[in-house]
Ligand binder design. Structure first.
Ligand SMILES: NC(=O)c1ccc[n+]([C@@H]2O[C@H](COP(=O)([O-])OP(=O)(O)OC[C@H]3O[C@@H](n4cnc5c(N)ncnc54)[C@H](OP(=O)(O)O)[C@@H]3O)[C@@H](O)[C@H]2O)c1
Length: 314
C-alpha cells in the first residue's frame, strides 16, 4: 500500500517521527521497517497497546427495531470497530447487535462519546455508568468527548474524568472529537495527557492536511467521520467515478480507501447490508500515487458552521 508515501508527504522526515507515529503507519501492533500489504485485519496501535481496526462501522441513525440486526449484519460482513455516541441514542441497539452477532466481545472494538455539554469529571463518571447500562457492557475500548464544551475549564475537567475512567480500567483508550489542535494542546498542558484519537470530519472534500499532520506527528490517530463526503458531492465527483470504474468498486469504496491510505481510521455508516459489504471492498484495492494525487484537488476545505464554532470556542 501507499500509506508510507502519503505520510512522508504529511510529515517531512519520516525517520524522526516518534515511535508511536511510526507504529501508526504500519499494519498490526508492531512497527515494521517495510509497509506490508493492508489486510482485512489491519489495525493501528493505540497508546495502551490496543489494536484499533483501520475501518469501522458508523452507527449514527442506526436505531429502532431494525437497529440490532443492522449492527449484527455489519459485524457479519467483517466490521470489528463500531462507532456510536450517547447523542445518537442507540446504545441499546448497538449493544444488542454486538451480542446478536455472536462475535466475542474481545474481538470487537467499541467507541462511544460523552456529550459536548458534559459538565466535568463527576458528570462524565455518571454518563459512563449510564452508557454501560444502556450498552449492556462493562468496558469501552475508546471513549471520546464529542466536542469542546463552551467552557475551557469544564472541558478540561471532563477530560480529567476520562483520564480517571481509563485509570479505573473502565475504558482502554481516550480521545476527543471536533477539537482543534490548539484545544488538544490545552488539554495536554492542563493534564499531561494527549488524546489517543481525534475524530473529525475528513473526506476527499475536507482533507485538513495541517491538522492530520499535527495528529500524526504526536501519535494521535485521525479518525474520519462522514468519510464518504456525501454532503460535498464526493460520490458524484467525476474523478471518483472514474477511479471507481477503474477498480471495479463503488465511489464510496474509493473515498474510504483514500482515507485509509492517508492514515485515517475510517468509519463509513450504512444501514444496508449490501452497502456495508461494498464499502469493505476498499480493503481489496490500492490507489496509486497518481490516483491519490488526483483526489487532492477535491479538497474544498469547507467545514460546517457547527464545527467552526466548536474549534473557535476557546
Ligand atoms: N464525532 C462527530 O461529531 C460525528 C459526526 C458525524 C458522524 N460521526 C460518526 O461517523 C459515522 C460516519 O459519518 P456519517 O454517517 O455522517 O457519514 P458517511 O458514513 O460518510 O455517510 C453515510 C451516508 O452514506 C450512505 N452510504 C453508505 N454507503 C454508501 C454507498 N456505498 N453508496 C452510497 N451511499 C452510501 C448512507 O446511507 P445508507 O445507510 O442508506 O447506506 C448514509 O446516508 C457516523 O455514523 C458516526 O458514527 C461522528
Amino acid at each position: 500500500m501507499r500509506l508510507h508515501g502519503y505520510l512522508t508527504w504529511l510529515s517531512e522526515d519520516y525517520s524522526r517521527m516518534p515511535e508511536i507515529h511510526r507504529c501508526i503507519l504500519h499494519d498490526g501492533v508492531t512497527a515494521k521497517p517495510e509497509v506490508p500489504t493492508m489486510s482485512f485485519e489491519s489495525t493501528v496501535m493505540l497508546p495502551s497497546g490496543a489494536a484499533m481496526p483501520r475501518i469501522g462501522l458508523g452507527t449514527h441513525e442506526i436505531s429502532g427495531a431494525s437497529g440490532p440486526d443492522a449492527i449484527a449484519a455489519g459485524i457479519a460482513a467483517g466490521y470489528r470497530l463500531l462507532d456510536t455516541a450517547i447523542a445518537y441514542g442507540n446504545h441499546a441497539e448497538v449493544g444488542e447487535g454486538m451480542r446478536r452477532s455472536g462475535v466475542p466481545r474481545d474481538e470487537l472494538f467499541l467507541t462511544t462519546k460523552v456529550r459536548r455539554r458534559t459538565a466535568g469529571a463527576e458528570d462524565a463518571r455518571v454518563r459512563i455508568q449510564e452508557s454501560f447500562q444502556e450498552l449492556g457492557l462493562e468496558r469501552l475500548d475508546l471513549l471520546l468527548i464529542h466536542g469542546p464544551n463552551a467552557s475551557r475549564e469544564v472541558a478540561i475537567d471532563t477530560w480529567r474524568g476520562l483520564i480517571s475512567a481509563r485509570a479505573a480500567g473502565l475504558v482502554t483508550d481516550i480521545g476527543v472529537s471536533n477539537f482543534s489542535p490548539a484545544q488538544i494542546l490545552q488539554l495536554e498542558d492542563a493534564t499531561g495527557v494527549l488524546p489517543a484519537v481525534s475524530q473529525v470530519q475528513l473526506s476527499p472534500a475536507l482533507q485538513r492536511r495541517e491538522d492530520v499532520s499535527f495528529y500524526l506527528e504526536r501519535g494521535i490517530v485521525p479518525m474520519a467521520w462522514s468519510p464518504l463526503g456525501v454532503a460535498h458531492g464526493v460520490l458524484e465527483d467525476a474523478v471518483v467515478l472514474r477511479l471507481a470504474a477503474t477498480h471495479g468498486v463503488s465511489p464510496a469504496a474509493i473515498a474510504i480507501r483514500w482515507g485509509m491510505q492517508r492514515g485515517h481510521v475510517v468509519i463509513p455508516k450504512s444501514g444496508s447490508a449490501e452497502r456495508q459489504r461494498g464499502n469493505l471492498r476498499a480493503l481489496e484495492i490500492e490507489l496509486s500515487d497518481a490516483e491519490m494525487a488526483s483526489l487532492e484537488a477535491l479538497d474544498v476545505a469547507v467545514e460546517s458552521e457547527w464545527e467552526a464554532q466548536n474549534r473557535a470556542a476557546w
